[in-house]
Design a protein around this ligand. Sequence first.
Ligand SMILES: Nc1ncnc2c1ncn2[C@@H]1O[C@H](COP(=O)(O)OP(=O)(O)OP(=O)(O)O)[C@@H](O)[C@H]1O
Length: 229
Amino acid sequence: MIVNFSDVKFSYSSLKEKPVIDILNWSIPQGTKYFIYGGSGSGKSTLLNLLCGLKHPQNGSIEVLGQKLELMSNRQIDRFRAKNIGYIFQQFNLLNYFNAIENVQLAVTFSTSHRQSINASRITDLLVELGLAKTDIFKPVEELSVGQQQRVGIARALINKPKLLIADEPTSSLDESMRDQFLSTLIAMCDENKTTLVFVSHDKSLKKHFDIVKSLDEFNKQNGMANVY
Ligand SMILES: Nc1ncnc2c1ncn2[C@@H]1O[C@H](COP(=O)(O)OP(=O)(O)OP(=O)(O)O)[C@@H](O)[C@H]1O
């Protein structure tokens, strides 16, 4: 298992009666493409924040790649995240005035272990492999189409060959054909890098692309169920 949650409870306010996240047992098998769906406000982003150590539960244990996050300092978690976890966000979070290579380089800058081995030509190769034309690689990303920006987002998430890739509704602004294309590319790249993919969305129709499909409600706030994966 690449991720294990054990009796994890998280509330934004300690006064809140019911925690947003309350998971007795939940695991993600290594190498899978894991899809979690849930409605708006169900706790998907909160779950991902816990998973990568950006938020800390009030109770329980979260183990990622064999490391218990609660035993690490924030600095250790930051390093661990930079080395092992990639993300793709809803809006891709690219820096508009920077070109594609510069946007990907930022991810490399934050990962000390990969800084030496990744140069601009390796980034260019990855962007071309993802279908970006060489002429587009040097334009500020604000001059790229949404589809091209997505490819930059995928390249940035995968350049460090993360063991775990987390995607938070990255397809919400795309039409159906773009969405399928994006997912096919993303999944092919994860297979190539042996990266485990955790993808959350409110859109159940995406589930056909994944090995494991769960509603967040199936394992959240369901104390009594064990070993759900
Ligand atoms: N910073 C915060 N402070 C207080 N409550 C919050 C905060 N962030 C989220 N919440 C609450 O926690 C619950 C879960 O929010 P979360 O953002 O995880 O849901 P989500 O499933 O990702 O929603 P969406 O699909 O709309 O992005 C919601 O009820 C939300 O109002």
